[in-house]
Design a protein around this ligand. Sequence first.
Ligand code: SF4
Length: 382
Amino acid sequence: MIISDEFKGIYMHIPFCNNKCIYCDFVSTVEQRSQESYVKALICEIEREKCNQKIDSVYIGGGTPSTLYDGAILEVLNAVQQCFVLQDSCEITIELNPESVTEKKLIEYKKAGVNRISMGLQCADDDMLKSIGRKHSVQTFMDASKSIRQHFDNFSTDLILGLPLLKNDSQNDKSKSELSFELINKSIETALECQVKHISAYALKIEQKTRLHKKQCDFDLCDDDLIAILYDYTVEQLSKRGFHRYEISNFALQGYQSKHNLKYWTNGDYYGFGVSACGRHGLSYVKNTDNIKKYISGALPNVDKISVEQYKQDCIMLSLRLTRGLSLSKYRELFKEDLLQTKSAQINQLLDNGFITIESDRLRVLEKYLYVSNSIILKIIN
Ligand code: SF4
């Protein structure tokens, strides 16, 4: 039997943005008129789930939560406090965009209990930021960081690897590879100068139905090989500066790993509130509508049950994204099954080929293969 965790997380989706970035496929809108009714619907959903559940992480993402009207985050987090049992050590993160940071908002977030900020830099080049549809400049990010540091110590940023160069740019005398390395160097330096404690560095994915997907021919895209080289280089540079990679794309100074993200990767349980949000409770997945109007009108989520076999696969896939890997004893405790026995042929082959290792209780993918770990993980679960 799968027993739900003692502590759960909460993810809340705020779908409003100042603009739509060309690569973005998240559920978001630039139409701001429904903000108040959206917040009401969100609080209604939170109140519907009221119980004595202990919560140790809350993540307010989007969209751009900092585009909400003043006071909204305080209202929403008050509702969370009243409906659940937030632990003293609860990590409460909010995503901000540099152009919407104000002193007033930061004070409100602090008062509401927020203790971790995530603000995307994406890259440290103004022309590139403009070409991918971001509204901020490098200086705006640096100014906003300064304000954040006056109120919050735990501050994370996102970088995108392999951003597409505008065709005109790539016609100058530098190669695409040189320009990409220059960009990642500048981006890392800017992030460190702003004293971030955590960095998520993601490879750009061209998603269907995005403007980037439609306008690919205007850009000089980085191929997978170049992105893989940029990724290895980023790992090396960040490691030299004390940022330990704890998940494929996530790096942190000691003590600053994201509790909320770790909950996903260790197969923990969490609520998902807001449009398009997904929650997980043992074998149940709870998914809200992707339609903002329907969400505001009170559409109820869909609940899907997964099989224990699927749950096992999820557990292996998610845990092996972590550099510390999967705890064999936890797996045994959860599923009453010894993974080394049930998957002995697959695991022995991967061990012989040097892709994975087992050290005391942990099975993990070797760091140098983490970037391509999907194919390794599939060999274990199939
Ligand atoms: S700010 Fe974030 S959520 Fe909004 S459009 Fe850009 S990438 Fe998407």
